[in-house]
Structure formats: C-alpha cells, structure tokens
Design a protein around this ligand. Structure first.
Ligand code: HEC
Ligand code: HEC
Length: 309
C-alpha cells in the first residue's frame, strides 16, 4: 500500500516536472548553435548537443575500402577510381615508391617497427617511416586529417632527388597537393575501421632496430580453422589461382611465387591484399572478409602439401 502511494506521488511530481520543462523549452528554441557545424541552426538559441562537425560528416561519408586501396597505390588503375590530377605523372611512374603510404608505413602500418624493420632504403625506394598505431589513432579526427593533408612534407616536384640518397626523398609527401580531402578521409576511415590489426592474425617476433632488424612470423592464423580456410579459398580464390594456389604465376621482385608461399612467408602483405585486392590486376579483393576469414585462410595456407611453393 505504502509503496503504491509513493509511486503515485512520484508519478505526479514527474509529470509536473515534464510540463515545466516543456513550457520553458518553447520559449528558447533548441538546436545546433555552432556556426561551423554542418547542421548549424541560426534560429536556435539553446544548444541541444546535436551539432555535427564538418570532420565528423566527412568521416561518415568516407569509404574505408577505397581508403585501403589508396593506402596501397592511389594511382593504380582500379574499377571506379580515377587517379588525382594534382600529381606529376612522370614523377609517379619513375618514383612511385616515394608516394605509396605502404612503402613508408608498411602493409601492417607498423612502419619500421614491423615487417619492414629490415627494409633499408635503396635507389628508387625510400627508407621506412614511423608506425601509424600510436598515438594518432586516438587523436581527434581533425588532427589525424592534418597529419596527412596539411603537412609541410615534400611538394610534388620532379626535380627533387628522390632516389633515397638524400633526406628529401624520404620525408612524408605533401598529400594536400596530391589527394582530395575526401580521399584523405577515405584513408583515415581505412586506418580506423577497415584495416586488420595484424596482432590478431599472427605473432611477430622482432629483434634489433631498423634497418638491420630481423623478424619472424609464428602461429600464422593463430586459432583459425584450416577447414574453414579451405572453404574460403575455394569460394574466393581458386577460380583464378587453382585449387592448389599455383594457377597464376605470381611474379614478385623477379621471383615466381604461389599463394601458399605468400601465406607462409608474407602474411603481412597477403592480409591487405585479401581484402583490398592486388591493385592493377584482376584481383579486386574480398571487402567483406573478416578477421576470422583471414585467420582461417592463413591457417589453411600453412599446409604445404595442399598449397605448395
Ligand atoms: C616517403 C615516405 C612516406 C610516405 C610515402 C608516406 N609517409 Fe607518412 N610519414 C613519413 C614520415 C617520415 C613521417 C614522420 C615525420 C613526418 O611527420 O614527416 C610520417 C608521418 C605520418 C603520419 C603521422 C604519424 C604520427 O605519429 O604523427 C601519418 C598519419 C602518416 N604519415 C600517414 C601517411 C599516409 C596516409 C600516407 C599515404 C597517403 C603516407 N603517410 C605516406 C613518411 C612517409
Ligand atoms: C579474378 C581472379 C583472382 C581472384 C579471385 C584472386 N586473385 Fe589473387 N591474383 C590474381 C592476379 C591476376 C594476380 C597478379 C599476378 C601477377 O601478375 O603477379 C594475383 C595476385 C595474387 C597474389 C600475389 C600478390 C603480389 O604481391 O604479387 C596473391 C598472394 C594472391 N593473388 C592471393 C589471392 C587470394 C588469397 C585470393 C582469394 C582471397 C585471390 N588471390 C583471389 C587474380 C585473382
């Protein structure tokens, strides 16, 4: 009985409160009062916390799968993709490695701390830059954007020495001169949402420091299922590469390799290509591939009898 009474009183008080709030709300219009926001309401007097910043909107509109392709090679011929015009075509074709994000930050985004810890600069190849894991992934999106778009990096200038023998060849290019803002947001979305965290795919053991470090991959595929991986291969890869992964001769740095070889020796590179494709070839990738799919496939590819070198 007493409980019901208390509840009644509480309900009455609650209604009274709601009415008061309602009346007050009518006097001052609520909405977004920040003039820089995309949904700024000039007639609103009280900010209701609904403001959407331009960065948030651009990020929401971005395509992280496209971002993964741009991260690899933004000028590669791809369905639905037109290379930016703000780049010097000769410079790109002669010194393309100095523009690819992956070249300086790695397929694993771990830069010179990951699988590229032994990849010294050489003629036509820049030295490897920093990891992209910390601290920027936790920064506000605007800052992340500035790190890529509003840098004082190397301008697009074919007269610069870009053969890796001078410092000018190795610094982050000024991507504000090369990519559009939308493309930059695509890359940010890739980095924040679409890339795989390779620590979930295999164990990487490193020694020493760049460029004389060493690395080994162990437990490739971790707790993945080889049976599921075989099924994934049959469904997504075998049409082109054959049931044993030897169907297409893969020419890589002058060597002829198989899919099995890649799975056992270059998991850091294969993880990216499974999802985002092998740009410039018929292999468009499987954008829906999950971390489990990749683990399963990796696990399957460790079987050298089924997928020979
Ligand atoms: C030629 C090598 C090179 C290329 C290509 C390159 N970067 Fe960089 N990047 C660097 C270096 C070196 C730094 C660190 C020094 C600096 O900020 O210039 C850096 C810094 C960064 C940072 C800031 C990291 C931090 O912790 O502050 C981000 C983000 C970044 N790069 C993303 C990219 C993206 C995305 C691309 C491709 C669109 C790219 N980089 C291409 C060399 C490169
Ligand atoms: C539509 C046909 C097609 C499909 C499907 C396909 N690939 Fe490929 N793949 C190719 C072609 C073409 C190449 C380029 C070969 C070359 O010239 O080096 C390639 C290249 C590769 C490479 C070498 C990349 C490099 O850096 O040289 C690997 C590894 C690979 N594919 C694995 C896979 C896996 C794993 C799958 C399934 C998830 C798959 N491919 C699906 C056609 C395909």
């Amino acid at each position: 009985m007493r409980v019901t009474e208390t509840l009644k009183t509480a309900t009455i008080l609650l209604f009274a409160g709601m009415i008061t709030i309602g009346v007050n709300g009518c006097k001052k219009k609520a909405g977004c009062t920040d003039p820089t926001a995309v949904n700024y309401d000039a007639t609103a007097k009280v900010d209701d916390g609904s403001c959407i910043s331009q960065a948030d909107q651009a990020y929401a509109d971005a395509d992280g799968i496209m971002g993964g392709k741009l991260y690899d090679k933004f000028w590669a011929t791809e369905t639905g993709w037109t290379a930016p015009t703000g780049i010097n075509a000769a410079d790109i074709s002669d010194y393309g490695d100095f523009y690819r994000c992956k070249q300086c930050h790695g397929w694993d985004q771990m830069g010179n701390e990951g699988a590229y810890n032994n990849r010294a600069p050489q003629v036509g190849r820049p030295s490897v830059g920093p990891s992209l894991f910390e601290p920027i992934v936790n920064d506000p999106k605007e800052e992340f954007f500035d790190h890529i778009y509003n840098t004082t990096g190397r301008a697009v200038d074919p007269t610069l020495t870009q053969d890796g023998t001078t410092g000018s060849g190795n610094i982050m290019p000024a991507f504000g001169n090369i990519l559009t803002e939308a493309e930059t947001w695509d890359i940010i979305k890739f980095l924040l949402e679409e890339r795989y965290d390779v620590t979930q795919l295999y164990d990487l053991v490193t020694t020493g420091t760049y460029p004389t470090g060493t690395h080994t991959f162990t437990n490739i595929g971790l707790d993945g299922s080889a049976t599921a991986g075989d099924a994934f291969f049959t469904a997504n890869c075998a049409t082109c590469h054959g049931a044993d992964g030897k169907g297409i001769l893969i020419v890589d740095d002058g060597d002829t390799l198989t899919v099995g070889f890649f799975g056992r020796n270059k998991p850091y590179e294969l993880q990216h290509k499974i999802k985002f494709g092998n740009l410039g070839s018929a292999m468009v990738g499987v954008p829906t591939a999950t971390v489990s799919d990749v683990k399963d496939l990796f696990k399957a590819l460790q079987n050298q009898t089924k997928y020979p070198d």
